[in-house]
Design a protein around this ligand. Sequence first.
Ligand code: AMP
Ligand code: P6P
Length: 334
Amino acid sequence: MITLGEYIIEKQHQFPNATGELTQLLGAIRLAAKVVNREINKAGLVDIIGATGVENVQGEVQQKLDLYANEKFKAALEARGEVCGVASEEEDEFVSFDSARSDSKYVVLMDPLDGSSNIDVNVSVGTIFSIYRRVSPCGTPVVLEDFLQPGHCQVAAGYVIYGSSTMLVYTTGHGVHGFTCDPSLGVFYLSHENMRIPDDGVIYSINEGNYLKFPTGVKKYLKYCQEIDPASNRPYTSRYIGSLVSDFHRNLLKGGIYIYPSTASAPKGKLRLLYECNPMAYLIEQAGGKASDGFNRIMDIQPTELHQRIPFFCGSQNMVETVEAMMREYSANE
Ligand code: AMP
Ligand code: P6P
């Protein structure tokens, strides 16, 4: 039984020149995850459930636990000292930590509590994080360009899923590893080393309520999923939780595809490139899967805005390639 902390330090030793800064940063995320997990598990008992009435930059009403999670992750990251700034779904602009942190070489982008509208109906939610080396000189104030890096520059990425059990899943570019929290001790133990997503799956996750607004290629793919063809294990199964981390985690374990495409009303889709799609894309690629916007690799997209949205196709490699072929075939007429 190896703990998350022991595992992180063991991996650091594979980098003789490592200073321990990334180790410390990952430790801060581990601590904040425990604090948020504790509050989520008793959300029904204390007055931090439900909306604040305040809208975030996305125009979405913020749930109180959204703000709580945002504050706890920011505080843990600032206190640990390895991060010079943070960008968050809950923050209109990036947050530059005080000058004492300007020597730090990492920035963190996060969705502190994704799927939070599910909290008051007791459905799993998650935290998503993405870590980069800053591109501006250490010792100077962090700048927007430090956050607008393509996903292939990520140093690390991961998520916490606050579900039937709480897990932390992360990658630093050497595979995907999952740790399960023992609530009696508040300790994350290695439970899923070297997670791999099957090349094929029989689960598709999409909000079919938007069907009429989907691109033709997506409509064609959905009908493909629903055709009766036992030889290719179709019809597939539709599973959509409405919480990205939950749908992603299930597909990672069982195989499957998650799609949030552009729609007539949302031409860039709903999910955010920097702190939802890029970290999930890093994880899925490290697990042997694929992530695109229907045409291009997510991690090659050059960001232009902090909260920019992007259509998202993510999961088992063969499933993503099948829908990408349909997107290419039918996009010419759209
Ligand atoms: P550091 O000097 O701690 O910032 O580490 C330098 C680089 O070594 C990091 O950007 C990673 O690529 C790698 N590294 C250091 N510590 C770890 C760790 N605990 N797990 C995985 N990679 C690490
Ligand atoms: P819809 C939650 O708000 C989220 O960002 C993802 O976690 C989830 O997959 C998606 O939006 C759900 O969106 O439009 O289907 O309700």
